[in-house]
Ligand binder design. Structure first.
Ligand SMILES: Cc1cc2nc3c(=O)[nH]c(=O)nc-3n(C[C@H](O)[C@H](O)[C@H](O)COP(=O)(O)OP(=O)(O)OC[C@H]3O[C@@H](n4cnc5c(N)ncnc54)[C@H](O)[C@@H]3O)c2cc1C
Length: 260
């Protein structure tokens, strides 16, 4: 699996509000570096033309716009997969959807190509004060959590040694995007618990097996004073929300972003 470059600490400081671009401004994003995360999935690093700094909050998304060959305009949302930084860069983590136009268009882009986008949008962002938190993702639903975790862990004032679980579900081991990176984060931060789980694991897989929701009760251990952030496809989000509500959680403690 290809390694993804980590930003330095100075690149990860969030911008002040006066440097934020207007979310309704359309800008051109130039692909700087495409990285294959698996056969169908890419990590794409973009740079926004005409600005030195791009402000957003970890967890937000951008709206990408292009035209199909018949001229029809198409827009699609993609979560930002990198933490806020001091520059005009951001990254996406996306997979090819069968017969989908935008996902394949973005995955086919070459370094130097440009695409139009607007944003940042969305309120799937960390709610203060930070609590012990479980982040639950499947597939490319990992994108906002990569942004949030790097931002939080960059500064102990932000994460305050709260216990942070990352429960990440995929089918097989090759589908675990950013695996080495999350292992390294967990090794550096005793308060980070990285739990990849596989639904179609090989016999030699030594980690968790099954769907993400099967592991949530063991993480929360009867507690209802935590936050859960969930990101991915509707079915998985529903299963986890129902489970947590059944465990007595207040719905305000369960935040989610649906991709479909
Ligand atoms: C707020 C938000 C953030 C998102 N962030 C990301 C992200 O970070 N990474 C990412 O890969 N995607 C993300 N998505 C999904 C993305 O916006 C597109 O829906 C997806 O890439 C498909 O677009 P398309 O034009 O290729 O296919 P479409 O033409 O829209 O869809 C083709 C077919 O695939 C189905 N489909 C649509 N989306 C998916 C999907 N995700 N998985 C399986 N089947 C699907 C559709 O129902 C349709 O039948 C996000 C969606 C939202 C709403």
């Amino acid at each position: 699996m290809t390694r993804v470059r980590q930003r330095t600490a100075s690149e990860r400081t969030p911008p002040s509000s006066k440097q934020l671009m207007s979310p309704f401004q359309t800008f051109a994003a130039r692909l700087v570096r495409p990285v294959s995360l698996s056969a169908q999935t890419r990590h794409l690093e973009f740079e926004i033309s005409g600005t030195t700094r791009f402000g957003f909050v970890a967890g937000q998304w951008l709206s990408f716009k292009t035209n199909k060959p018949d001229g029809e305009e198409i827009t699609r949302a993609y979560s930002i997969a990198s933490p806020p930084g001091e520059d005009s860069r951001f990254a996406l983590c996306l997979n090819r959807v069968q017969d989908g136009f935008m996902s394949n268009y973005l995955c086919d882009m070459k370094a130097g190509d440009e695409i139009s986008c607007q944003g940042p949008f969305g309120d799937f962002i960390l709610r203060p004060p930070l609590r012990d938190t479980v982040f639950i993702a499947t597939g490319t639903g990992i994108a906002p959590f990569r942004s949030m975790l790097h931002w939080l862990l960059d500064d102990s004032v932000r994460h305050q040694d709260k216990q942070l679980w990352l429960l990440f579900g995929n089918r097989t081991e090759v589908d675990i995007y950013y695996h080495e990176e999350f292992l390294a984060l967990a090794a550096r931060h005793p308060n980070v618990h990285y739990l990849p789980t596989l639904s179609r694991s090989a016999p030699e897989w030594g980690g968790l097996r099954g769907y993400v929701q099967e592991h949530v009760p063991a993480i929360v251990q009867g507690r209802t004073d935590m936050h859960a952030y969930i990101c991915g496809l509707d079915k998985m989000i529903k299963a986890n929300r129902e489970l947590l509500k059944g465990l007595g959680w207040d719905r305000k403690s369960i935040l989610y972003e649906k991709y479909d």
